[in-house]
Design a protein around this ligand. Sequence first.
Ligand code: HEC
Length: 158
Amino acid sequence: MPTSLLLSVGVLTAAPLTLKKAVSAAPLTPAQKADYAQVIQPLFDVHCVSCHGPKKEKGKLRLDTLEATLKGGKNPTFAIGKPDSSMLLARVFLDRTAGDVMPPKAEKALTETQKEALYAFVEGQPIPADLAKAANADSQAALAAAKAAANADSKARK
Ligand code: HEC
């Protein structure tokens, strides 16, 4: 069977399952949406969107909006309240030596604090204020480091 046919069969059989999941998943509460906007999106913006956003869509996944994140890529990302069946969490929590770890090995790793905030969010728990603050500080530090590296790089090329 040609791969394209195999793929479309896979999509067809997967569709009803995806639909069921989407229907049974409770909509996010306003507090969860606020947590996403204040903590999770800034983290994704710094660490993930370069490969999962408007420029590149690795794994057919975009993480640049809540809607895109919830939609998932080739596979579902997570359902709120089900952290143990989340592929996104599984890949973020992999050991840094694992081939599938996200962000990939060559990229800056998430801190334990950032991972903890992400886990709490997927668990459906409010992100505690001190954890949110610490995770945001880590995201900002990573952003500053990336900017400094880009600056040094452009200076070196002049
Ligand atoms: C340097 C590029 C790069 C960065 C940065 C990156 N990824 Fe990925 N990601 C990939 C590639 C390439 C794939 C597709 C191949 C694969 O599944 O390993 C992928 C696939 C995935 C998948 C599986 C998608 C699917 O539906 O099969 C998830 C989930 C994911 N990434 C999450 C993340 C998260 C979360 C971050 C940030 C914390 C991140 N990635 C950062 C390159 C990246």
